[in-house]
Design a protein around this ligand. Structure first.
Ligand code: C2O
Ligand code: CU
Length: 467
């Protein structure tokens, strides 16, 4: 059998089995295999393929699709020369399944395998990625999407996923191996020079007039934030980070999606046959470009949809009790042009210059993390609600991600948010204050970190313990 064919067959879901021994009569067991292995990706279709690291031979890896309430068993085989783990970003899984090396499991050694098994409580758009040396392993391509379908199918003509990423490609057509460089770490992170959708530079996207799309956006980039404007269309945001939200037009006409985040759009193809409409990324004022062009097919339009826009069915995330919630202040500091002069590194006061020599530049509540085996910064009581008042005292953006939980975004700069979104990753602008709340109902040690992976490496990471 051809090697590639063998690999992709390994990535296919096996037949679903009934979980007959389980008391959850309705839960189906779905089994998958993921093989972490090197491969080649046609990042730029006109150029030679680029050596990458993959799940199952492709970037992104295979899309795992299950239904809400299913149980998943994923066997991960590590055929890389480096250890690895898999993290199920945004899914509220038991701590032992969270895929954080040293904190929740031993790394999967080269040649080794590991089985992850958990129930899938919430529907929505999620993703999986390595959590071992993530800044290098994600950058090289170790990620894929995990779609949890609603119990009742949502009526759309096409359900599509766009995984956004960028790559730093050298003139010789390889991934630049400048991982962990101090400049990226202390500034905006590793921003690439080639942007891809589903692993390749895709300029056209063919649509049929009249069709209704569900477009699932996933930002798998190490550091790039996207701010997408869909010319000629009025997409509605229907879910953020997998969690349903009251359908609404994106604020300022652009969909802002930071590393780690997902956004589901409902998009009616309102153009006419033969038309072309561009999708622009406007996030960085000096780096605007066209991400994609909608090309309307010449076919006759589909019959128009009845106007009704249905909100997605709510998930079962517990509602925090804001009145009796415990409150914690969390301050993010550091980076270039910041005011952080000194922080605790290995328990010792360390100045910025010494931090930079250790490859660090960021602190959470005055502490700089060094690796995953850290002491928890906070201990939370299981079942209790908490409000985190977070302050970004840096000159940089930070998407802050909490493992194992989903929080409500209550306020920004003291003003209630319009949609009180449930998120697992919240983007904080420079100097912004964001308050979130959640029920600490999932016991264990949970990572809490910036999803700009160079910032995470650079110390912007801590652990919250729920006991
Ligand atoms: Cu998507 Cu701790 O990460
Ligand atoms: Cu950050």
């Amino acid at each position: 059998m051809h090697r590639r064919a063998l690999l992709s067959s390994l990535a296919l879901p096996l037949l679903p089995l009934q979980a007959c021994t389980s008391l959850r009569a309705a839960s189906r067991l779905r089994e998958f295999e993921l093989v972490a292995i090197t491969g080649d990706a046609r990042i730029e279709p006109t150029k030679d393929p680029v050596p990458v690291w993959t799940y199952g031979g492709t970037v992104p890896g295979p899309q795992l699709r299950v239904r809400q309430g299913d149980r998943m068993r994923v066997t991960v085989f590590n055929r890389l020369a480096q250890a690895t783990t898999v993290h199920w970003h945004g899914l509220r899984v038991p701590n032992a399944m969270d895929g954080v090396p040293h904190l929740t499991q031993h790394p999967i050694a080269p040649g080794g395998r590991h089985v992850y098994e958990f129930d899938v409580p919430d529907s929505g758009t999620y993703w999986y990625h390595s959590h071992f040396q993530s800044s290098e392993q994600l950058d090289r391509g170790l990620y894929g999407t995990l779609i949890v379908e609603e119990r009742e199918p949502v009526p759309v003509d096409r359900d599509l996923t766009w995984v956004l990423d960028d790559w730093r490609i050298t003139p010789a057509g390889r991934i630049s191996e400048t991982f962990g460089n101090a400049h990226d770490m202390a500034h905006a992170g590793r921003i690439g020079n080639v942007v891809t959708v589903n692993g390749s530079v895709r300029e056209d996207f063919s649509v049929r007039a009249g069709e209704r799309l569900r477009l699932r956006l996933v930002n798998a980039a190490n550091a790039r934030i996207f701010g997408l404007a869909f010319h000629g269309h009025r997409p509605l945001v229907i879910a953020i980070d997998g969690q349903p939200v009251e359908p609404h037009e994106p604020e300022g006409g652009r969909v802002v999606i930071a590393p780690g985040m997902r956004c589901d759009l409902l998009l009616d193809a309102a153009g006419r046959p033969g038309e072309r409409h561009e999708v622009h990324d406007l996030f960085y004022p000096r780096g605007r470009y066209v991400l994609m062009e909608f090309i309307y097919e010449q076919n006759a339009p589909l019959p128009a949809r009845p106007g009704a826009i249905m909100a997605l069915p709510a998930n079962t995330v517990p509602e925090p009790d804001l009145v009796n919630a415990g409150t914690h202040d969390i301050v993010f500091q550091g980076g270039m042009m910041g005011t952080l002069h000194q922080a605790l590194l290995d328990g010792k006061p360390t100045d910025m210059r010494a931090m930079l020599r250790r490859g660090k530049a960021w602190a959470v509540n005055g502490m700089v993390s060094d690796g995953h085996e850290m002491k928890p910064m906070l201990e939370l009581e299981r079942g209790r609600s908490y409000r985190l008042r977070m302050r970004n005292e840096t000159r940089w953006h930070h998407p802050i991600h909490l493992h194992g939980h989903t929080f409500r975004v209550l306020e920004r700069n003291g003003k209630p948010t319009r949609h009180q979104e449930w998120q697992d990753t919240v983007l904080m602008s420079p100097d912004e204050q964001v308050e979130v709340a959640f029920v600490a109902d999932n016991p264990g040690d949970w990572m809490f970190h910036c999803h700009i992976l160079e910032h995470q490496d650079g110390g912007m990471m801590t652990v919250l313990r729920v006991r």
